[in-house]
Structures are given as structure tokens and as C-alpha cells.
Write a protein that binds this ligand. Structure first.
Ligand code: SAM
Ligand code: SF4
Length: 324
């Protein structure tokens, strides 16, 4: 399955809900959100039907995302169904981690392989400010639960925001000394309530790495996790158990090696995170039509690269809407 530029597409990110138990300042507004009406959201059966049709075309890897996927009831039933689809080799979850301590073992038993957990601070009072919710989320407890459940690799995503959490870069790097976790620093994409500040709050990844080397010395090159290698570039503090990665949507784009497409909670297939390249799979599915022609059309139209830098703040939707 290749797109018009020859990129092999084997990875589907599936958003199962637009809802969330957090309201992160860089992702969702505090209030005034219009949620998708339930009938518009794909049922678990429908999501599995999409995957069953796409797997024979070469789809092998899935990521479950949102909104916050763990707020949708019985997520484990979806994971078991997807796990049973022939050809699906790997299922990952993107989560804010708040419910991981209760759910990690159950999701692992259902067939989940690995997890990416967001954590923007290690300080409880600051987590509550960034997430605008205090659910008692402790990133170290949640990541430890994921590891104990056998989810592997465990990746921790930190969105670095100048003046908000950039003083914790070294603390997050310290976690990798003892734990086999992959801490990835993400450049803030200026959307949501921070959009008006344009790019002023972005901390370029080169600056993040400079802070880490100032504290820990030169980093060793690292391969990163064996499974699920995406856009991050990895390094390791000498002797550390885990790795450090940077994801640089703004300063170094990675569209050349993009291997992914996205399914929104209401059944639109989006071929690029940014912009409006999408086809509606839900209506075809509900009408009993085959999805393959729509999928082929979507791949034929997958853009060569994103236009985030050209669009600046104007055209980008909140990531909660498209699954990150
Ligand atoms: N709720 C889950 C979570 O928080 O991981 C999954 C969905 S969330 C939209 C997926 C990823 O997008 C998270 O790692 C989050 O930090 C990231 N994200 C959301 N808004 C962002 C922004 N403005 N800039 C950079 N990353 C962002
Ligand atoms: Fe929710 Fe994830 Fe967006 Fe935060 S980043 S508001 S946890 S969807």
C-alpha cells in the first residue's frame, strides 16, 4: 500500500472519542466545546470493520488515541477485536495516563502491546494547571503500572512550553537513568488557547538537548525502542536504562518518511495531521459499500508534506479533534 510519493502506508491512528478528562492548555479550551453527537461516532464494531477491510491492503500497525481513549467505556473490547484481525501485528495506545494504573493490566490482556503516555510535569500542582484538572495523576506511578503490566515500550511524551514546564527538562531526563522508558520532548504546536501567542512559547528541540547535555554531558546515539519507531530521534545519557527523544514538527519536519493515516472518531480518514485532506469512510461503511476505492483515493491525494509553517496559526485544528 503506497501513496502517490511511494511512501509505504502501514500504520493507522484511530481516534475513538473526541472527549477527554483533561483540558490541556495547548490542546482543548476550558469550555465551549461542541462534542460529536453519539450517532456520528463509529461504534467499536464499525472501527473493527474498517480495520478488517484495510488490513489485507497492508495495514499492520494501529494506535488507539483520542481525545482521551480511556474515557470511552470498555476500551478493552475494541482492543481484543482489533487484536483478532489477521495481519494486525502491533497495537499501541496514546493516553494522558490518568487511568493507566487501573487499566494497564486489563488492556495488556486484551492485546495491547505498548503505550505512549503524555506527561508535561512531574509536579502535582503544575500538572493540575497544565491539564486544568486535578485527577491525582502521577506520571511515575502510571508509567510504572504500564511497565509492570508488560506494555513495552513505554514512551513518555512531554510537550515543552516556555515559561510553563521548560525548567523540568532535566527532571524528565533523569527518569531515564533508572527506568527503561523513552522520554520524548515534543515541540509545542501553537494551537488551542496558546495559539494567539504564535511561536513564542515553542522551545526548539535543539535547545532542549542543549539543556540536557549541559547537565549530563554528551549523549550517546541510541536506536530508540525496537517497536514503533516513528518521527522521534533518540539518544541516551551514557549508562542510562532508557532513552531521550525529540519530536520536531516545527524545526525539522519528517514528512518524507510519513507512514501513517488517521481515522477520526466520526469516521473520516485523514492522510495528514494538518490541512483538510480527508475522505468520509463512515457513510460508505454504513451504506455497505467497499472502503478500498475510498482508501486508494485518499492515498493518491496524501500531501507530500504538511503546511504548518506556511499556515502558521490559521489552519490547524486542536489535536484532540484529530488524535495527535
Ligand atoms: N489524550 C491522549 C494524550 O494526551 O496523549 C491522546 C491524544 S493527544 C491529542 C496526542 C498527543 O498530542 C499528546 O502527546 C499531546 O501532548 C499532543 N498534543 C496535543 N496538542 C499539542 C500541541 N499543541 N502541541 C504539541 N503536541 C500536542
Ligand atoms: Fe486531552 Fe490529550 Fe488533549 Fe490533553 S492532550 S486535552 S489529555 S486529548
Amino acid at each position: 500500500m503506497r501513496d502517490q510519493f511511494g511512501r509505504s502506508i502501514e500504520y493507522l491512528r484511530i481516534s475513538v472519542t473526541d472527549r477527554c478528562n483533561f483540558r490541556c492548555i495547548y490542546c482543548m479550551p476550558e469550555s465551549g466545546i461542541t462534542w460529536l453527537p453519539k450517532p456520528q461516532i463509529l461504534t467499536y464494531e464499525e472501527i473493527a470493520a474498517v480495520v478488517r477491510q484495510l488490513a489485507p491492503l497492508g495495514l499492520t500497525r494501529l494506535r488507539i488515541t483520542g481525545g482521551e481513549p480511556t474515557v470511552r467505556p470498555q476500551l478493552e473490547t475494541l482492543i481484543s477485536e482489533l487484536h483478532a484481525v489477521p495481519g494486525i501485528e502491533d497495537i499501541a495506545l496514546s493516553t494522558n495516563g490518568a487511568k493507566l494504573p487501573q487499566m494497564a493490566a486489563m488492556l495488556r490482556s486484551a492485546g495491547l502491546n505498548r503505550v505512549n503516555m503524555s506527561a508535561d510535569s512531574l509536579r502535582p500542582e503544575r500538572i493540575a494547571v497544565i491539564a486544568r484538572r486535578d485527577l491525582g495523576f502521577d506520571p511515575v506511578v502510571a508509567a510504572t503500572a504500564a511497565t509492570a503490566a508488560g506494555l513495552d515500550p513505554v514512551k513518555i511524551n512531554v510537550v515543552v512550553i516556555r515559561g510553563v514546564n521548560d525548567d523540568e527538562v532535566e527532571d524528565f531526563a533523569t527518569l531515564t537513568l533508572r527506568h527503561d522508558w523513552h522520554v520524548r520532548f515534543i515541540e509545542l504546536m501553537p494551537v488551542g488557547d496558546l495559539a494567539h501567542t504564535e511561536f513564542a512559547n515553542v522551545v526548539p528541540s535543539d535547545e532542549v538537548l542543549a539543556r540536557i547535555t549541559t547537565r549530563f554531558g554528551a549523549l550517546d546515539p541510541a536506536n530508540g525502542p525496537t517497536r514503533g519507531n516513528g518521527p522521534a530521534r533518540y539518544q541516551r545519557i551514557p549508562g542510562a536504562a532508557g532513552t531521550i527523544g525529540v519530536i520536531t514538527p516545527l524545526t525539522h519536519t519528517y514528512c518524507d518518511s510519513c507512514n501513517r493515516v488517521r481515522l477520526t472518531a466520526d469516521g473520516r480518514l485523514r492522510t495528514c495531521l494538518y490541512g483538510d485532506h480527508e475522505v468520509n469512510l463512515r457513510d460508505a461503511l454504513r451504506a455497505g459499500e467497499p472502503l478500498r476505492p475510498l482508501f486508494e483515493r485518499a492515498l493518491a491525494e496524501k500531501p507530500k508534506e504538511h503546511e504548518l509553517l506556511k499556515l502558521r496559526v490559521g489552519g490547524l485544528k486542536a489535536l484532540s479533534e484529530v488524535g495527535g
